[in-house]
Write a protein that binds this ligand. Structure first.
Ligand code: ADP
Length: 522
């Protein structure tokens, strides 16, 4: 787009001058308006807009300075050039002071005039460009100021949020510290490098040590102070990833500062993406619990021993009566009193024997005699004996043709077989089959006893081998009797002989108890 030509107001009362200059200026491509009097010039200035005022200094009663003032008032950037003779040079200087761009002496040199006009317009253009730049700059500055203010707001908000987070973190850390320090268990926290980061008050007092002794130490160094068994570490640092179970528990005894039993529970701290980032070790003082257990075991042992002596004597005398008393004096109604006493005494002896066995197991004194045992023959004997007293059940005995022998205590194995088979009978109260199967797989002998009775709920199966454990339904119904010791004792016996024992059962469909033992090569 081509620029519009600059607009010039030419004021001179001498018509010839006016016409000449107008012609020259038009030729230069300017858009020229003329005025022959001060009044005419003032009107033009008021009504029109000019880039440049070229005026004679002396016109009539309204002089060039007045026009200059009017033009500047209308547009301060109007370029004013005054034409003057020598006589009024002083006034021209004054005009310059009032903001005129320049003055030209009359008669004026045309080239000089052209040059002065084009310089004046150039200056005006520059001034305008400058003003635009200033406006632009001001706008940019304003934008920056706004941005700055917004940024400041954001920084303020973020800072406040951060402060809030820090406060929350400090609070939750404070809570955690309170929990850790008031815990009635000892706690050690190992960091990623395998060194102790944190030890709580209970841990320090349990092992009578100080934070300075423990912090920064590795597990082996800590063990030397506490007297605990070594931790299951992969290497001197810590990597518990090799643990099958994510948590390890150990019980140990310490002598210092006084005799205590301690249970240690170790678990790895798993970070994001499952690498081990640390380790937590909890120490529980279980001395009181151990003492109570010891008291219980002592009581059990004393009570069962004390019961056994009178019972043995009652049984002896009952056998004597059995032999000596004539049949008619043993009857009470239709019942043979001596038989009843004998049966009940045998039951009581079994209970007392079980209690004694439990206290032996607790003391680690379940001694088993060692001999070669023909497991097939033993199973047959026990099954036959029990079959005679279980008329409602059909026994199926599946024995291999070849002898299966194991090394162990025959009486104890008889006890296990009796327990498993009589349980199968007892817990299938509506009768049914009892299948006893002996097999050999390489170096392992396996004996299973299966029934189609009440079964055991899956979540209780793991506990049936625990001391005094009876399934809930059995406890509730009270119809089966027993103390929940048979399987506990059986497991201890099989463990002692290097075997395994397990159960597979479905409620309402029956159970299969199975034990394995290493085969004895004759
Ligand atoms: P007891 O038979 O004296 O209760 P045991 O130690 O022999 O004690 O058995 C423990 C518990 O296991 C029983 O009380 C019973 O709940 C359950 N149990 C054992 N054998 C069977 C079985 N064959 N069928 C169903 N439940 C059984």
């Amino acid at each position: 787009m081509s620029e519009a030509p600059a607009r010039i107001l030419l004021v001179d009362d001498e018509e010839s001058v006016r016409l000449t200059l107008e012609a020259v200026l038009r030729q230069e491509g300017y858009d020229v308006a003329t005025a022959g009097s001060g009044a005419e010039a003032l009107r033009s200035i008021r009504e029109d807009r000019f880039d440049l005022l070229l005026t004679d200094l002396r016109i009539d009663e309204i002089d060039g300075l007045t026009l200059l003032a009017a033009a500047q008032k209308r547009d301060p950037e109007t370029v004013s050039i005054l034409l003057t003779g020598y006589a009024s040079l002083e006034s021209a200087v004054q005009a310059l002071r009032h903001g005129a761009f320049n003055y030209l002496l009359k008669p004026c040199n045309i080239e000089e005039m052209k040059l002065t006009i084009s310089r004046g317009l150039e200056k005006k253009k520059l001034a305008e460009a400058l003003r635009e730049r200033v406006v632009e700059l001001e706008r940019a500055y304003e934008t920056i100021r706004t941005f700055n203010a917004q940024l400041e707001d954001k920084v303020k908000m973020a800072t406040a949020e951060l402060a809030e987070r820090v406060r929350e973190l400090q609070e939750s850390r404070g809570r955690l510290d309170a929990v850790i320090d008031s815990m009635q268990d000892g706690l050690l926290f190992y960091g990623r490098d395998g060194r102790v980061l944190r030890a709580n008050a209970f841990m320090l007092s349990l092992f009578s040590t100080a934070a300075g002794e423990i912090l920064g130490r590795q597990a082996e160094e800590v063990a030397a102070i506490t007297g605990e068994p070594p931790l299951p570490l992969d290497k001197p640092g810590l990597v518990l990833q090799s643990l099958d179970e994510p948590v390890e528990a150990a019980i140990f005894e310490i002598e210092r500062p006084r005799k205590r039993f301690v249970r240690r529970i170790t678990s790895p701290v798993i970070g994001e993406g499952a690498p081990v980032t640390g380790m937590v070790v909890i120490y529980q003082d279980i001395t009181d619990q151990k003492e109570v257990e010891q008291l219980k075991d002592d009581f059990l042992s004393i009570a069962s021993h004390e019961l056994k002596t009178p019972l043995t004597s009652i049984m002896g005398y009952t056998q004597l009566l059995n032999r000596r008393l004539p049949a008619e004096s043993r009857k009470l109604g239709s019942e043979d009193v001596i038989d009843v006493i004998e049966t009940q005494c045998r039951r009581m002896k079994r209970l007392v024997d079980d209690l004694l066995d439990v206290s032996r197991i607790e003391r680690g004194a379940l001694q088993t005699s060692q001999s070669v045992v023909d497991l097939g023959a033993l199973t047959r004997d026990v099954a036959q004996k029990l079959e005679a007293t279980s008329p409602a059940h059909q026994f199926r005995l599946l024995l291999p043709e070849d002898r299966v022998t194991v090394w162990g205590d025959e009486d104890r194995l008889e006890q296990v077989l009796t327990n498993l088979i009589s349980n199968a009978v007892k817990y299938s109260p509506d009768g049914g089959a009892v299948e006893i199967r002996l097999s050999r797989d390489g170096e392992t002998a396996a004996l299973s006893v299966q029934d189609w009775g009440i079964g055991i709920p899956a979540e209780q199966q793991a506990q049936v081998f625990s001391r005094f454990y009876q399934a809930e339904s059995v406890v509730r119904s009270r119809r089966f009797g027993g103390m929940g010791l048979g399987l506990f004792i059986s497991k201890a016996i099989i463990d002692e002989m290097g075997g395994t024992i397990s159960v597979d059962s479905t409620v309402g469909q029956g159970s299969t108890f199975r034990f394995t033992l290493p085969v004895y090569r004759e």
